[in-house]
Design a protein around this ligand. Structure first.
Ligand SMILES: Nc1ncnc2c1ncn2[C@@H]1O[C@H](COP(=O)(O)OP(=O)(O)OP(=O)(O)O)[C@@H](O)[C@H]1O
Ligand SMILES: [Mg+2]
Length: 225
């Protein structure tokens, strides 16, 4: 950055430890982009991305080893019942990677894991309900339950507190804390002071300069130099 030129790829990297890392920064500073890069959703992102020391080198690897919870839970719910939603997420997670593979059928043990996740997230009583009939907080917990079915190295949540009341926020924070204590890396895009209070580390999106995504970043790198 010193001479204002584009940042060398080797100088760019995001390394996340176990624990809860908050991504902060003003509107448009690239918070969601960082979340999407780490989740493997931005094509052509260059840099070294590590989670708990493990290098997630390719987009495919990041897609496989991370799970993303979007701001709007409605966008991630597609099945006809709460139970099916989580079971489907587990089946996807168990699928052998590759161009073509058969969707596995859940064993009774795996069915029990699905039930345990629903119980843990306070959704077991809604098992047969349509996902869209749940409240905002319940929908979000359902999306998180689905995300955890992947057992991701990194769980990413983009602005998870918008629309959550105090009780649901505390519940979310406790859940993220449990995950962090179990050794998972959690990245949460937020400017919610109440949630920030629960986080272990803070990453300012403005400091993640030079994160190279397509052509636009080079322009950005020159502008910010
Ligand atoms: N490293 C980058 N390279 C190229 N484009 C980027 C980069 N970071 C962000 N952008 C672009 O800048 C715009 C704003 O980024 P983004 O949506 O990630 O910001 P945000 O901090 O999440 O904003 P908000 O607070 O409004 O949610 C987007 O169009 C995005 O594509
Ligand atoms: Mg955003």
């Amino acid at each position: 950055m010193a001479d204002g030129g584009p940042v060398a790829v080797r100088d760019v990297g995001i390394s996340l430890p176990a624990g809860i890392t908050a991504v902060v920064g003003p509107n448009g500073s690239g918070k969601t982009t960082i979340a999407r890069v780490l989740a493997g959703l931005e094509t052509g992102a260059e840099g070294e991305f590590r989670v708990r020391g493990e290098v997630l080198g390719s987009e495919a690897e990041r897609l496989r080893r991370t799970a993303l919870v979007l701001q709007n839970a409605d966008h991630q719910l597609q099945m006809r019942s709460v139970g099916e939603e989580v079971a489907y997420a587990r089946r996807l997670a168990l699928r052998t990677p590759g161009f073509w593979s058969r969707m596995p059928v859940l064993t009774p043990e795996e069915e029990a894991n699905v039930g345990a996740a629903l119980t843990r997230l306070g959704l077991i009583e809604f098992r047969d309900r349509h996902p869209q009939s749940l409240s905002g907080g319940q929908k979000q917990r359902l999306v998180i339950a689905c995300a955890l079915m992947k057992d991701p190295a990194l769980l990413v949540l983009d602005e998870p507190t918008s629309g959550l009341d105090g009780g649901n926020l505390e519940r979310l924070a406790k859940l993220l804390r449990e995950e962090a204590e179990a050794g998972r890396a959690v990245l949460v895009v937020t400017h919610d002071e109440d949630l920030l209070a629960y986080c272990d580390f803070v990453l300012d999106a403005r400091e993640v300069r030079g994160l190279k995504i397509g052509v636009k970043t080079e322009v950005k790198a020159e502008e910010t130099a």
